[in-house]
Design a protein around this ligand. Structure first.
Ligand code: SF4
Length: 422
C-alpha cells in the first residue's frame, strides 16, 4: 500500500523523540531506533477484554474491575510510566477513592534519585540546553546507546547546537563498571569497581576543593591520576552535564550516591556551569511522578488507606507491599511486574485478584483475573507526556481503533466505583 507518513512522537523511552514518522496505511514507524520501531509496528495485542479468560465487553470488564477495587481493603494501583498524564490523573483520583496505594515504576529504578532531590534540590537543565551548550557530558552508570539509542545523536554526543558546532567541541566521558557500547563512543572511559560510586564522587569533590592529599592512590579501582584528570576536565568545562542511570541509583549507596553527585555539581557550579539529570527509562515515567505530586504532594509509594496521602518509600513501594502481603487486590497498568519483580512479590500477586490494563499481552496477563486492552498512546490515543527532562509533549492519535484509551477506561471505572460506593 502507498505510504502515508505523518509526524508522530515516540512513546517508548524517556527521550520522547518528536522527529519520527509513522506510515498510517501500513502501520509502521520510520526513523525510529530499534526500540521505538518495535512498538510502532504491528505486534501481538490483547484482543478483547476478559474476565477469567472469557471474552467480555469493555463495560462488563470495567464493572468487574470496579467491584474488585471497591471490595478490597487496600488495593495496590501500580505501573503508570507508559501512559499519558490524563490517565495518571484519573488513576490518582481512583486510588484515593478506593483507599489504595499508588506506586509507579520509578520505585524500582530512579526513585532513589527522587529522594536525593528532596534532600538537596537539583541543579538541572533541559536536553535542549545540553544539545546547545554542553561541551562536556558524563554518562555515569548509564548506557544511552542501548537504553535510549537516539539520545546521543539528538542531544548529548553528536548533536550540534548553538555553541557546539561539531563532535570535537564536546568531551564525552563514560563512568561504568563495565565497558558498554556507550563507552566505545566516549573520549574517556573510566571503569570503576561495582558499588564504589560514592567514594569516587567524594574523591572528585576533595580534589576539586583542593584537598587532594586526603585522596588515596586508588579509589574504587580508579587511579588517583585518572581522577585528577577527570576533575580537571570538569572544572575546565564551560557547561557540563552528568547524566546518570540505574548503575548509580541501584548500586550500593543508592540515594546517597545521587546526593553526593548533586553536591559535586554544586561545588562545580562555584567555578563553572554544570547540571545533573537522570536518564529516565519509560516514556512518561516523569509524568507518573509529577501528576501525583500535583494531586497528592508525593511522586510514588503513596498510601491513601487513612483517607489522606502518606508517603513512605520502602513501606508503600509496590515490591515491599507485595512481599509483606499488604494489599488484597491490584490494578496493574502499562507495566509488567510479573516479569520484573522478585519471586515473593509475584507469589502474592498470584493469590489476589489482579486487573490489568495494557495494549499488549505480557507475563502479568497470565495472572490477571480481569484484562482490559487499551489503545497505544502516540498512535491510537492522544495525551500529554513529560520527556525525561520534564518538558511536556502532546502525543497524537493518528489511527482510528476500537480499543478504548487508558483515559476512557479509567474514567468509566471511576464512574462505576462512584456508583458502587454510593
Ligand atoms: S530513542 Fe527512545 S524515544 Fe527515540 S525513537 Fe528510540 S525508543 Fe523512541
Amino acid at each position: 500500500m502507498a505510504e502515508e507518513l505523518v509526524n508522530v512522537i515516540c512513546t517508548f523511552c524517556g527521550s520522547v523523540c518528536d522527529d519520527v514518522l509513522f506510515d498510517v496505511e501500513n502501520y509502521k514507524g520510520k526513523k525510529f531506533c530499534k526500540l521505538g520501531s518495535g512498538k510502532f509496528s504491528p505486534k501481538e495485542r490483547i484482543k478483547s477484554p476478559m474476565i477469567d479468560g472469557k471474552e467480555v465487553s469493555y463495560e462488563e470488564a470495567i464493572e468487574k474491575a470496579a467491584e474488585i477495587l471497591v471490595n478490597a481493603k487496600r488495593p495496590l494501583l501500580y505501573g503508570w510510566a507508559s501512559t499519558v498524564n490524563e490517565a495518571i490523573r484519573l488513576g490518582v483520583i481512583l486510588t484515593e477513592k478506593v483507599g489504595g496505594i499508588y506506586d509507579q515504576c520509578a520505585s524500582v529504578c530512579h526513585a532513589p534519585g527522587t529522594l536525593a532531590l528532596i534532600e538537596e534540590g537539583v541543579p538541572g537543565g533541559s536536553l535542549g540546553e545540553i544539545k546547545n551548550r554542553a561541551d562536556m557530558v558524563v554518562f555515569w552508570g548509564s548506557n544511552p546507546l542501548e537504553a535510549h539509542p537516539r539520545h546521543p545523536m539528538r542531544y548529548s554526543v553528536r548533536a550540534k547546537g548553538l555553541l557546539i558546532k561539531d563532535r570535537k567541541d564536546r568531551k564525552v566521558v563514560v563512568v561504568d563498571v563495565r565497558k558498554t557500547k556507550s563507552a566505545n563512543m566516549a573520549d574517556l572511559f573510566i571503569k570503576i569497581k561495582p558499588g564504589y560510586d560514592y567514594p569516587i564522587i567524594s574523591a572528585l569533590r576533595a580534589i576539586i576543593k583542593g584537598e587532594e592529599s586526603a585522596v588515596p592512590s586508588e579509589v574504587g579501582g580508579v587511579k588517583k591520576e585518572l581522577l585528577k584528570e577527570l576533575a580537571d576536565m570538569m572544572v575546565n568545562a564551560k557547561y557540563g552535564a552528568v547524566l546518570y542511570g540505574l548503575g548509580v541509583t541501584q548500586s550500593r549507596g543508592r540515594d546517597r550516591n545521587i546526593e553526593n553527585a548533586i553536591k559535586l555539581i554544586q561545588l562545580l557550579n562555584r567555578k563553572t556551569r554544570w547540571i545533573i539529570w537522570p536518564m529516565r527509562g519509560h516514556y512518561n515515567v516523569v509524568g507518573a511522578g509529577e501528576v501525583p505530586a500535583w494531586e497528592a504532594g508525593y511522586t510514588y509509594a503513596i498510601d491513601f488507606s487513612r483517607g489522606y496521602p502518606r508517603f513512605s518509600p520502602g513501606e508503600f513501594s509496590a515490591n515491599e507491599v507485595l512481599q509483606r502481603k499488604d494489599c488484597d487486590a491490584a490494578l496493574i497498568i502499562a507495566s509488567d511486574p510479573v516479569a520484573h519483580f522478585p519471586r515473593a512479590s509475584v507469589a502474592h500477586l498470584k493469590k489476589i485478584p489482579v486487573i490489568q490494563i495494557d495494549p499488549f499481552p505480557n507475563m502479568t496477563t497470565l495472572v490477571s483475573n480481569v484484562v482490559i486492552p487499551s489503545a497505544v498512546a502516540g498512535i491510537e490515543a492522544e495525551g500529554t507526556a513529560y520527556r525525561m527532562d520534564g518538558i511536556p509533549f502532546r502525543v497524537k492519535k493518528v489511527v482510528e481503533t476500537e480499543y478504548w484509551s487508558d483515559e476512557q477506561i479509567l474514567e468509566k471505572m471511576l464512574e462505576k466505583v462512584d456508583q458502587l460506593m454510593g
